[in-house]
Ligand binder design. Structure first.
Ligand code: MUC
Ligand code: MG
Length: 367
């Protein structure tokens, strides 16, 4: 089998409830749908969600690097020779989201060619994951109302609260209001997206002591190496690396230098292949992982649950899988359902995200 051509389709779908956080805000999903076509008629598909303010990749850069740098070297290769394809992509540093989508599309293609679900090919540990919902910047009473609604409608009992605001009182108050309103049975953890300094993060930890918060993600810039290490040493809860650890090399550096002691895996920026390397590093070193959300569509969320459910260590904690609920629409043909706070993998060949072609026509931006 040979790769015949690669389609990179820019599209835009509005959010009905925009998500705001310390490093940016998302009002529209301006993503790229990547499709790898073969000479045998089998096609692999994946979604590429650019996060310009975090990684510098844009819809245009993802399309360009695939069309002009990767595709000319990859067309003609056997899609099962993944290491050769990664050899091509490794020559170009960064561009993790473009590479991640290429990798997921290759796995989808392999699963379809073999007639096997990818969650089985990857590991087949379990068939569903608990869902964690991300709460963006909002006044505390609205956050509580949103969390309660997601609990009632979907059975979700884990929430990641976006923090990193100044004055710190805003976030400290939100933590107290959520804990008092939701009770002790609900898991709450924080993600500051580098919005604070390490000392500010320590102050928030002191002022939220006793609330049972479970994780503190990317509190400050990991480049502030000394103060970040001090924070990790003093924090009573794991400090999770997210945007500081997009590659396996970054994970090694940050874990070994004490910049974090837990890791957020995002398939959108690591694909399944590098996510497997990262998971191996983390289990080998004995640190927890979370399955994160790059503000994914349903196509992207299905990829996350496919990887997360495939392994014991990545399915232990709730995965961030529900923010597609804030989108006005999606490209997926068969919508994801959240039942009793869980999302189930698809027992279909590949990842199982069939595209609704009419919706793609409606939202694509290249015609
Ligand atoms: C997260 O975990 O940080 C916000 C920006 C991004 O790239 O992902 C989200 C969620
Ligand atoms: Mg994060």
């Amino acid at each position: 089998m040979k790769i015949e051509r690669i389609e990179t389709i820019p599209y835009a779908i509005p959010y009905s409830h925009p998500l705001a956080f310390a490093s940016g805000a998302v009002h529209t999903a301006s993503h790229v749908l990547v499709r790898i076509h073969t000479d045998e008629g089998v096609t692999g598909v994946a979604d590429a969600p650019p996060r310009p303010y975090t990684y510098g990749e844009t819809q245009a850069s993802i399309k360009t690097v695939i069309d002009e740098v990767f595709a000319p070297q990859v067309v003609g290769l056997d899609p099962f020779d993944r290491e050769k394809i990664h050899g091509v992509m490794r020559r170009t540093i960064h561009n993790q989201v473009a590479k991640g989508a290429m990798d997921i599309a290759l796995w989808d293609l392999a699963g379809k060619a073999l007639g096997m679900p990818v969650h089985k090919l990857l590991g087949g540990w379990t068939d569903s994951m608990r869902v964690s919902h991300m709460l963006g910047f909002r006044p505390a009473p609205e956050l509580l109302e949103e969390a309660r609604r997601f609990g009632e409608e979907y059975g979700i009992t884990t929430f990641k609260l976006k923090v990193g605001r100044r004055p710190l009182d805003l976030d400290v108050e939100a933590c107290h209001v959520l804990r008092e309103g939701l009770g002790d049975g609900v898991e709450i953890y924080l993600d500051a997206n580098r919005g604070w300094t390490a000392n500010e993060a320590l102050e928030v930890l002191r002022r939220t002591e006793g609330l049972g918060l479970t994780l503190l993600e990317e509190p400050c810039d990991a480049k502030e190496a000394m103060s970040r290490r001090r924070l990790v040493e003093k924090s009573p809860i794991p400090v999770v690396g997210d945007e500081s650890v997009p590659t396996a090399g970054d994970v090694s550096r940050e874990l070994l230098s004490g910049g974090c002691n837990a890791v957020c895996i995002k398939t959108a920026r690591s694909g399944f292949t590098e996510a497997t390397e990262i998971l191996g590093l983390c289990t080998g070193l004995g640190v927890d992982v979370t399955m994160g959300n790059q503000i994914d569509t349903q196509v992207g969320s299905l990829a996350t649950v496919t990887f997360g459910a495939a392994h014991q260590a990545s399915s232990r904690r709730a995965g961030e899988l529900s923010n597609f609920l804030d989108m006005a629409d999606d490209l997926i043909a068969e919508p994801i359902r959240i039942q009793d706070g869980r999302i189930t993998v698809r027992d279909l060949p590949g990842v199982g995200a069939d595209i609704d072609e009419e919706k793609l026509e409606k939202y694509r931006g290249d015609r």
